[in-house]
Design a protein around this ligand. Structure first.
Ligand SMILES: *Cc1c(COP(=O)(O)O)cnc(C)c1O
Length: 371
């Protein structure tokens, strides 16, 4: 029997479509890294990674080592890059065959010490350079110090050079982005020359893939594109959102004019109002900003706006003009009529935040798992 409760339905065929589309945008010699951090942007890290491995992705990336370990525990054998390891969990990278991004002299020194203690030779690492995002990364001024350390550390070897674009989705920032790409290339040339071997270069996220061909280098790192969004509405035609968030009606009630709904009694009915209680709330990742009509869900093909405050486990929607009964489906977002991007933008945020915020207790189901 099909599960009736609150759930995120993920279409793995749509994931395959996005993967193939993004791959078609890069050359055959450029590798494809699938970014599955934050529970694969909320879609469920293990089933998503397994599908991407079957599809032939070259690499995976997670933010933290725990996420990489979860992949290793579940049959992922492709290389895994850890984008944001911290010193205290660098050691486990070696035990689980994870490739750390080394982003500072401190992380380089700490990792080299672990590699030495574990008697490694040429353990693969990636060096991240800061070219303008000003988040983590080695600054241009520190490049020579890093090179000096590398030259005396046979336990590790640079497999990749990484940087991250600050505004690859913003066409007003083209000049800045081009400077980031140029600086990255300059640093890469120096590093390769000094260390005497070639490395993979990677700098593009999804919008870098779509907007900056000359930033593809040897590998691209795609997250949001795999889940159906291209940072720009023009690309959404070619990409397919892969998830639908569905809940159901727990109870229906009718109130008279003057009565109130939900905490703090801020919604006051102007007339006789029938509404449904939906089994989803801010404890599931539906921000309180979606109260007071900011979110419209779909029930039996019609739009129903929220009434009053969003509670932790429930919210209420106006169904005065909708035929509905307890147990009926409530669609919060879907790939076509009301996408998670639209829903996010209605609240002044982005699909990344909405999707990664969907909590564990929302069950994930997968369509087309075997194709
Ligand atoms: C999250 C992340 C990505 C993926 O970005 P998308 O915009 O989702 O494609 C790539 N690289 C780094 C360093 C990241 O942190």
């Amino acid at each position: 029997m099909q599960y009736k409760g609150t759930r995120l339905e993920v279409d793995l065929d749509a994931l395959a479509h996005n993967y193939h589309y993004l791959r078609s945008k890069i050359s055959d010699t450029t590798k494809f890294m699938s970014v599955v951090k934050a529970n694969a942007y909320g879609h469920g890290i293990v089933p998503i990674a397994q599908k991407l491995q079957d599809l032939g992705t070259d690499y995976f990336a997670t933010a933290y080592t725990e996420e990489g370990e979860e992949l290793r525990d579940n049959g992922i054998i492709k290389p895994i890059l850890i984008l944001h390891p911290q010193q205290h969990n660098l050691e486990v990278c070696i035990d689980r065959c994870l490739e750390p991004v080394i982003y500072s002299l401190e992380t380089l020194e700490a990792f080299t010490a672990f590699a030495k203690a574990k008697q490694q030779q040429s353990y693969p690492i990636h060096l991240e350079f800061n070219t303008g995002l000003n988040r983590i990364g080695i600054d241009a001024d520190d490049v020579y110090k890093v090179l000096e350390k590398m030259k005396s550390s046979p336990e590790i070897k640079v497999r990749g050079l990484q940087s991250h674009l600050a505004a690859s989705e913003d066409t007003n920032e083209q000049a800045f982005t081009k400077r980031q790409i140029d600086l990255f290339e300059k640093v890469a040339v120096v590093v390769e020359l000094e260390l005497g071997y070639e490395m993979m270069r990677h700098e593009s996220n999804t919008s870098g893939i779509l907007n900056y061909k000359d930033a593809h280098f040897n590998m691209v790192r795609s997250g949001i594109g795999l889940y159906g969004y291209g940072n720009d509405a023009q690309y959404d035609v070619n990409l397919k959102p892969i998830a639908t968030l569905i809940s159901n009606i727990s109870q229906i009630r009718t109130i008279e004019a003057g009565e109130t709904v939900s905490y703090n009694r801020k919604f006051v009915a102007k007339e006789r109002t029938t509404y449904a209680v939906v089994a989803l709330g801010h404890g599931d990742g539906i921000n309180r900003i979606y109260g007071y009509g900011k979110l419209k869900v779909r029930i039996n093909g019609k739009e129903a706006p929220t009434l009053g405050i969003i509670c932790m486990d429930m919210f209420m929607v106006d169904i005065t003009d909708i035929e509905a009964k307890v147990g009926d489906e409530v669609i919060i977002f879907d790939p076509k009529l009301h996408t998670s991007r639209q829903m996010a933008e209605e609240a002044g945020t982005i699909s990344y935040e909405l999707l990664t915020g969907i909590q564990k207790r929302v069950k994930r189901f997968y369509k087309n798992a075997s194709s």
